[in-house]
Design a binder for this molecule. Structure first.
Ligand code: ADP
Ligand code: ADP
Length: 229
């Protein structure tokens, strides 16, 4: 599962100011769609609507052909994992911060999950040289290190739909390239929406939509869009 579709979605936070002005797109299960556009274009708003933090004033949002208007926010949280732009961590160990996203996990499960996270697929994502179990506290990490923890935390939930909301924006460009690589590999195994500022960071997406003034202005692959510039 994990197919996502926006069908002519209209939304504004305030009555007189429309942010999304009839946005339509579809992502098949297992595909990666990148949403690109200038700051303020409404990219994060799309993520918030998917979580039902807000409901659209027009159109429909579908996950696996089901209108999410009939789905609770709680169950959407089980379907969708997001790596947000700004991560807030608990002042606890990195392991705790990573495993927290697993609902209902008891202390032993959290410890096991954090350990698994450290020795398995998250090598390269976790901050280098940190012990996940002891010592280092979330609040002491830099912006880029927090982003690594947020990525690991969301991946551990193994959600059918993954949203990366400028997930590597706080990293230096070398680290960003390395983590982007890992994310692209992970993205191949699930439905992924990548929110990005620049076209250059989403070369691996199956399709890209460019959002402008509340509408989908362009759609294409990275190479097609590049050729249009
Ligand atoms: P992007 O992610 O593309 O930078 P956003 O989706 O965050 O853009 O925001 C789109 C527009 O909606 C912006 O003009 C922003 O100021 C406005 N906006 C975002 N959140 C709110 C809110 N809670 N209330 C009112 N306006 C908002
Ligand atoms: P949970 O552990 O509760 O399942 P997640 O780890 O998926 O939550 O995400 C952390 C929290 O941040 C969630 O409650 C989610 O709803 C919220 N969140 C995620 N993305 C955004 C966003 N773009 N804007 C505001 N809040 C968000």
């Amino acid at each position: 599962g994990g197919a996502v579709a926006f069908d002519n979605v209209v939304f504004g936070y305030e009555p007189d100011r429309t942010i999304l002005n009839g946005v339509s797109f579809a992502v098949g299960a297992g595909e990666t769609l990148a949403i690109v556009g200038p700051s303020g274009a409404g990219k994060s708003t799309i993520a918030r609507l998917l979580f039902r933090f807000y409901d659209p004033q027009g159109g429909r949002i579908l996950i696996d052909d089901q209108d999410i208007a009939h789905v609770t926010q709680k169950s959407l949280r089980g379907e969708i994992g997001i790596v947000p732009q700004d991560t807030v961590l608990f002042n606890d160990s990195i392991g705790y911060n990573i495993a927290y996203g697993r609902e209902g996990a008891n202390a032993a499960e959290i410890a096991a999950a954090a350990e698994g996270a450290a020795i398995d697929s998250f090598i390269g994502i976790l901050p280098q040289g940190y012990d996940t179990e002891v010592g280092e506290r979330g609040l002491k990490l830099s912006g880029g290190e927090k982003q690594r923890v947020a990525i690991a935390r969301t991946l551990l939930k193994n959600p059918p739909v993954l949203i990366l909301d400028e997930a590597t924006s706080a990293l230096d460009s070398r680290t960003e390239a390395a983590i982007q690589d890992t994310l692209e590999r992970i993205a191949k195994r699930r439905t992924t929406l990548v929110i990005a500022h620049r076209l250059s960071t989403v070369t691996g997406a199956d399709r890209i939509i460019v959002l402008d003034h509340g509408r989908v202005a362009e759609t294409g692959t990275h190479d097609q869009l590049l050729a249009m510039r």
